[in-house]
Design a protein around this ligand. Structure first.
Ligand SMILES: Nc1nc2c(c(=O)[nH]1)N[C@H]1C(S)=C(S)[C@@H](COP(=O)(O)O)O[C@H]1N2
Ligand SMILES: [Mo]
Length: 199
């Protein structure tokens, strides 16, 4: 039997190895939002990076879309235990917004149009590990999933991937965001099951 379907068995085994502890795979794409979906037309959209000095830089939608774009395919892991393999995004690596910024800060606080915030070490959003994504699976990102644009930071639990993101604030001190203040883990590594503050 193993001889008849070695490819399938091999693929299933490979996928299991990509599943962090305590997670189950899903084909669907659940929507998880703490509040109502904000609707932000692209002509009123902007993305602002603010340094700890107060200096800031803002990109309009057109300016953001004119930056070099990347396609990335990644597995995503929600703290509510679903994981989705091979999600396909298009957007701009966060390096494009952060490279030119003079900063001594070690952390960023992502801020969204719905008031949501989440905190991250600066090194987790630089070096090609994080994107401002505006497309999912070849289509413009739907409002429920964070459109017109959201963060995608696949190596951390998906609550770190702020939907409807409007900017990043560089902070010298680590400032807990919305879920982090409510008892979620500060860092959120799915491979170490960092779900709650006490994990
Ligand atoms: N602005 C904003 N971003 C957010 C959230 C939110 O409520 N508001 N929920 C987070 C949580 S808990 C998860 S699991 C993912 C869910 O993304 P999805 O709805 O596209 O699956 O978005 C994250 N980003
Ligand atoms: Mo979540």
């Amino acid at each position: 039997m193993g001889d008849l379907s070695p490819g399938f068995r091999g693929k299933a085994r490979d996928l299991m190895a990509r599943l962090p502890p305590g997670q189950y795979p899903t084909e669907s794409f659940p929507v998880l939002s703490a509040g109502p979906t904000p609707h932000v037309p692209t002509d009123r959209w902007s993305f602002t990076v603010t340094a700890e000095t107060g200096e800031s830089r803002t990109w309009t939608w057109e300016e953001m879309m004119a930056l070099p774009q990347e396609e990335t395919t990644a597995d995503i892991h929600c703290v509510t235990r679903w994981s989705k393999f091979d999600t396909r995004w298009r957007g701009v690596p966060l390096d494009a917004f952060l490279d030119g910024v003079g900063t001594a800060a070690g952390f960023v606080l992502a801020e969204s149009f719905d008031g949501y915030t989440t905190n991250l070490p600066l090194e987790d959003v630089t070096g090609g590990k994080a994107w401002l994504a505006h497309s999912f699976d070849g289509y413009a990102l739907s409002p429920d999933h964070g459109g017109p644009a959201r963060l995608v930071i696949p190596h951390l639990y998906f609550w770190k991937s702020a939907k409807w993101v409007k900017g990043l604030v560089l902070t010298p001190e680590n400032e807990p965001g919305f879920w982090e203040s409510a008892g979620y883990h500060d860092y959120g590594d799915p491979w170490r099951e960092q779900r709650h503050r006490s994990d």
